[in-house]
Design a protein around this ligand. Structure first.
Ligand SMILES: N[C@@H](CCC(=O)N[C@@H](CS)C(=O)NCC(=O)O)C(=O)O
Length: 198
């Protein structure tokens, strides 16, 4: 499996996911800031928008971190990072796995760009609503699916980590504790160790 990756991007969540799985992969740097490998035809074929992360796994090409995490969870069920289709919690798992790219990230843009909240116009609702729903989700803890750590935590935990780094995470003991639990995981630590600026 090839992972197209760059430091200090969303690609860190896929390194985290792969390290949780303990599966081998080849990490190929694409310098989204300095241009390294950006025109590599294999990368362009894997990632039509020219963005990282992207993976090539045999004939499979994926270029969205949410889709990649779900694909990997399904591909390696023995690692227990997914929730199988016959499990009553499958729906809840899918909902939370989608929450990062469908809700948290657009909500972060609202906050960064200082956009006026328009909860009924924006698909993500509002930044404040997103935080309230996420807090409710992790309140049962320790993970979003309760006792089991899943790919949904890789996605959500990476977003909470980034909100914290960028100083937009509200003063929320629930989310701070949640992100600290994520940061305690050796796989996340491995991923962050690669993330120093080039
Ligand atoms: N929805 C995509 C977003 C990927 C994305 O925006 N990647 C950024 C880095 S975090 C990128 O490659 N930007 C380079 C560019 O657009 O030129 C995902 O979650 O994988």
């Amino acid at each position: 499996m090839k992972l197209y990756w760059c430091e200090q991007t969303r690609a860190f969540r896929i390194v985290w996911m792969l390290e949780e799985l303990g599966e081998p992969y080849e990490r190929i740097r694409v310098g989204i800031r300095d241009g390294e490998n950006r025109d590599d035809p294999d990368f362009r074929a894997a990632s039509p928008m020219g963005k990282v992360p992207a993976i090539i796994d045999g004939s499979t090409r994926l270029w969205d971190s949410g889709a990649i995490c779900l694909y990997l969870a399904d591909k390696y069920p023995e690692a227990g990072l997914g929730v199988t289709i016959d499990d009553p919690q499958r729906g809840e798992f899918l909902q939370w796995a989608m929450f990062t790219n469908a809700v948290i990230e657009p909500a972060m843009v609202e906050r960064f760009m200082n956009l006026e909240p328009k909860p009924s116009s924006y698909g993500h609702g509002s930044f404040d609503a997103m935080i309230a729903i996420l807090e409710r989700g992790v309140a049962g803890g320790p993970w979003i699916m309760g006792e089991r750590f899943t790919a949904a935590d890789v996605l959500l935990g990476s977003s909470v980590h980034v909100m914290d780094l960028f100083g937009i995470l509200p003063d929320s003991p629930l989310l701070k504790d949640y992100v600290e639990r994520c940061r305690d995981r050796p796989a996340m630590q491995k991923s962050l160790a690669l993330d120093a600026p080039a």
